[in-house]
Design a protein around this ligand. Structure first.
Ligand SMILES: [Zn+2]
Length: 133
């Protein structure tokens, strides 16, 4: 099984390339008031094509949905123990709307980090040259 050179989850949380861990994935910063979802066509460092086929990132909506369900469950439990369960109807949607750009981006990153190496092995692992990407 080929190993990806990335190490740990730091590149994931910094929104870096799933293969080299160095190149940016998104065009703009998340709070830049420009389009937060604009994804670069390829990694500027290792030239991994981020969208191997048209519609690849449609699958990110499942990840985003899962993240939102998990977030809602965690927030519900926290608010219950803070004795704010009655107010949760207002607090949870506000927090979710605020966090939506991050959740959306991490949905796409999960596609790159989890689905890409499984479905597009050749594209993901196939271009190593002398140990460099
Ligand atoms: Zn890269």
């Amino acid at each position: 099984m080929p190993e990806s050179p990335r190490s740990g989850m730091v590149p994931f949380f910094r929104a870096r390339c799933a293969r080299c861990g160095k190149g940016k994935v998104f065009r703009n910063k998340v709070m830049s008031f420009k389009k937060f979802s604009d994804t670069l066509e390829e990694c500027p460092k290792c030239h991994l094509k981020y969208e191997p086929e048209t519609g690849f990132f449609v699958g990110a909506m499942y990840w985003t949905y899962s993240l939102l369900v998990g977030l809602t469950v965690v927030l519900s439990i926290v608010l219950y123990y803070l004795d704010l369960f009655e107010e949760a109807v207002y607090i949870i949607p506000l927090i979710i709307v605020f966090l939506l750009p991050w959740v959306f981006r991490y949905g796409r990153l999960l596609m790159l980090y989890v689905v890409y190496p499984i479905m597009y092995k050749e594209l993901f692992y196939g271009k190593e040259k002398n140990g460099e990407w």
